[in-house]
Design a binder for this molecule. Structure first.
Ligand SMILES: O=C(O)CCC(=O)C(=O)O
Length: 188
């Protein structure tokens, strides 16, 4: 598979592929989804999550947020099919993150819930370019990488969750939206 290998450490491999799906129209995608803004609890206080989200696939729970089973909408089917063919992996679910502008963000975390097959997670990006940061979970946290995720790009994260955490930092000067589709395989 083409693309640049960003991380290549034992089983953990992260590959960045430009132009995977650049023909898709972000406005059509955003308009085809019903969005939710979840509430999160941080140090005992509740806040609105700084982004909008949607979930399609089997029921899924993380950080006290629960999603019921939901079928893939038509607008996402071509992306899912192309991805399954490209990666040769049976993704069965997707988490959508809509960053309305640079004030929306995602903090450091790992996607390592027990019901998820973490051997491969695939992230497809649309809209404005945003930075995606990765660092070791244990030990040398300063040794990180930053990838600029461009419109239509694909990031393949193979066994990344075991060793690395990731985030999408705020970028105050950005005033355009970015849509991220994170395809996963739920196994239980
Ligand atoms: O927006 C992104 O690129 C990251 C999304 C993410 O970290 C997640 O869905 O767990």
């Amino acid at each position: 598979m083409n693309g640049s290998l960003i991380i290549d450490k034992g089983l953990s491999k992260v590959r960045y592929i430009r132009g995977f799906c650049h023909e898709m129209d972000i406005d059509k995608l955003i308009g085809g989804i019903s969005w939710r803004q979840n509430r999160i609890r941080v140090f005992g206080k509740e806040y609105d999550e700084p982004r909008l989200t949607a979930w399609f696939g089997p029921p899924y729970t993380y950080s006290n947020i629960s999603w019921p089973q939901a079928d893939f909408p038509q607008v996402l089917e071509p992306i899912k099919e192309k991805l399954i063919q490209t990666a040769g992996f049976p993704f069965n679910s997707v988490l959508l993150n809509l960053y309305r502008d640079g004030n929306d963000a995602m903090g450091w975390h790992r996607d390592n819930e027990r019901e998820m097959d973490t051997s491969l997670i695939a992230s497809v990006s649309f809209g404005v370019t945003r930075a995606f940061r990765i660092r070791r979970f244990h030990g040398e946290k300063k040794e990180g990488k930053t990838i600029e995720l461009e419109h239509g790009s694909l990031l393949l994260m193979e066994h990344m969750q075991e060793r690395y955490e990731h985030c999408v930092p705020r970028r105050k000067r950005i005033d355009e939206p970015r849509l991220n589709l994170t395809f996963r395989r739920i196994i239980a």
